[in-house]
Design a protein. Structure first.
Lengths: 355, 180
């Protein structure tokens, strides 16, 4: 092999085509695999020295952080509400910690508050929907939770089919009176999954919200008020339209009875694929009928460049995608088949108040 | 508590990223691992690790870069596990299929040849010639110097030249390679 370009071509041609992975596959994929291997905690000193000398990290990531053995949780004394609130504000709210503490560390830690940080979505009147960081403190169930956290990990069960579910570590932290905190690990069963006792203990914890911090807006007030999605992709531009049969024309939503139509109007800006909601228009009665007709032109001819402005017109759960410019392409459904039609620019402009 | 498992704490951006990029990542992973099952495991591991940092990754607008780094670092540090010898079969194997002899043969040759390379060289080769990264970007992904990338790539190319089995596999017509 002397030609790098040739190698490039060979490498690009070799891998099989894969379908995109649906998120559910990440969660649910099952393996016929034995459980993760545990590194034997008791290694001979000589081997350990050799390993360290060689600079090799030999500790499996699946190794029990507490090294096995049972411990007991120290008595829990909750700080007063004001102190807990203060501690909650200073607790780290990274969603996923890097270093998790095992049973031994937890048993030696004087917890006075358990603080949970969760990301949620909240709607604020007239200000849209926001992703928020909610800080919470546990107000009940903490002793049981601490007891569950100091349980040792079960040894790996050999030759067992284990679920391939990926578990994220606990999202809460244990805080002591000085504001020190621990990210606890959860005790695992033979397959590396959280122990049932831990799951029960977590479910029994009652949380009180301490603060809500806005992180980013996920939907504008317009989107919330109109019911239109904040962003929508222009299907006429993201998919190749060349193979789509032309529509013979006729009002869209043919068999659907007369219902109000909602047009969500989008404009593509930074994102090359999805446009952001600009505004919405709802049409009823004769106007809705006119809009159905205005969207019912026959298929376009010639090349149709993608347009930055487009609308998605809904009749209940059905919708058509119409470009507001260029060929005024309408991507519609004709009896279960996607076809490409066109819209009447003048009628559409009047009905959707485009100017 | 939210986020105990992926399915509880998921968000749309991550789901969209997985949907958009997973197929390409699987192809990269296939070149690194040489098998579809191992590629799926590698990508799954990389995506799960990316998920655990998703907020930070998205804030820096670096999901592509980050997941590639994770993919490569996971690959380079992956310990050989017993279960890699076990390949789950799909439910239905007794179905007709078009003749893909050429592709299968190409895959077999590429896989066999790449397996002769040390992981570091294979990683450098895949990033440079499959993902088309520059030497600098490859170094950034692998966490090494550009000099190391150069030397790893040069050694890999030398081995491939000496091996000779990839010679003439590309006929110059398109991305798909005809049977040699």
């Amino acid at each position: 092999m002397t030609d790098e370009d040739e190698l490039r071509h060979v490498l690009k041609a070799a891998p099989p085509e894969f379908d995109p992975v649906p998120l559910s596959a990440l969660q649910d994929r099952r393996y016929n695999h034995p459980p993760p291997r545990r590194v034997i905690a008791v290694a001979s000193a000589a081997v350990l020295v050799l390993v360290i000398a060689a600079g090799v990290v030999f500790l499996s990531r699946e190794r029990s952080p507490d090294g096995g053995g049972s411990t007991s949780a120290p008595p829990y004394t909750a700080a007063d509400t004001a102190t807990q609130n203060r501690l909650a504000q200073s607790a780290p709210c990274t969603r996923l910690p890097r270093d998790l503490s095992g049973a031994g560390a937890i048993a030696g830690f004087k917890t006075v508050a358990v603080v949970n940080c969760r990301i949620a979505e909240r709607t604020f009147a007239g200000q849209g929907e926001w992703e928020v960081l909610v800080r919470q403190v546990a107000i009940s169930g903490v002793p049981q939770l601490l007891d569950a956290l100091v349980e040792p990990n079960d040894p790996a069960t050999p030759n067992t089919a284990c679920s391939g579910v990926g578990y994220l570590p606990p999202q809460f932290v244990l805080v002591d009176r000085a504001g020190n905190y621990l990210h606890p690990r959860f005790p695992t069963d033979g397959c590396g999954a959280p122990k049932a006792s831990y799951g029960r203990a977590v479910k029994q914890v009652v949380w009180r919200d301490v603060s809500v911090q806005r992180l980013r807006q996920t939907r504008s007030a317009t989107s919330v008020a109109s019911g239109c999605a904040q962003a929508w992709k222009n299907e006429n531009s993201i998919e190749d339209s060349s193979g789509i049969p032309s529509s013979a024309g006729g009002p869209v939503f043919g068999s659907t009875p007369a219902v109000p139509l909602k047009a969500c109007i989008y404009r593509r800006a930074g994102d090359p694929m999805a446009g952001n909601l600009v505004r919405s228009v709802t049409l009823k009665g004769p106007d809705a009928t006119s809009l159905r007709s205005a969207l019912g032109g026959v298929g376009p001819t010639g090349s149709c460049p993608a347009q930055p402005d487009y609308a998605v017109v809904f009749a209940g759960h059905q919708y058509v995608n119409v470009e507001l410019g260029g060929c005024w392409r309408v991507r519609r459904d004709d009896g279960g088949h996607t076809t490409l039609g066109t819209a009447d620019p003048q009628q559409l402009a009047a009905l959707l108040r485009l100017h | 508590v939210e986020g105990t498992s992926v399915e509880r704490g998921t968000d749309d951006a991550f789901a969209a990223f997985v949907a958009k990029r997973s197929a390409a990542l699987l192809r990269t992973a296939w070149l690194l691992t040489g098998s579809e099952a191992a590629a799926q495991d590698l990508v799954q591991a990389a995506l799960l690790r990316t998920w655990t940092r998703w907020d930070r990754v998205v804030r820096k607008d670096l999901p592509e870069t980050y997941v590639r780094k994770v993919l490569l670092s996971t690959f380079l540090t992956w310990r050989r596990r017993r279960w890699l010898h076990e390949t789950p079969m799909p439910d239905e194997v007794d179905t007709s299929a078009p003749d893909t002899t050429a592709e299968v043969e190409l895959r077999a040759v590429v896989r066999t040849v790449l397996e002769t390379l040390p992981r570091g060289q294979r990683a450098a080769l895949v990033l440079r010639f499959f993902d088309d990264l520059s030497e600098r970007d490859t170094a950034a992904v692998l966490g090494c110097s550009t000099g190391t990338v150069k030397s790893q790539t040069a050694r890999a190319l030398a081995r491939l030249r000496a091996d000779g089995r990839l010679n003439g596999l590309y006929d110059g017509r398109d991305e798909r390679v005809e049977r040699p």
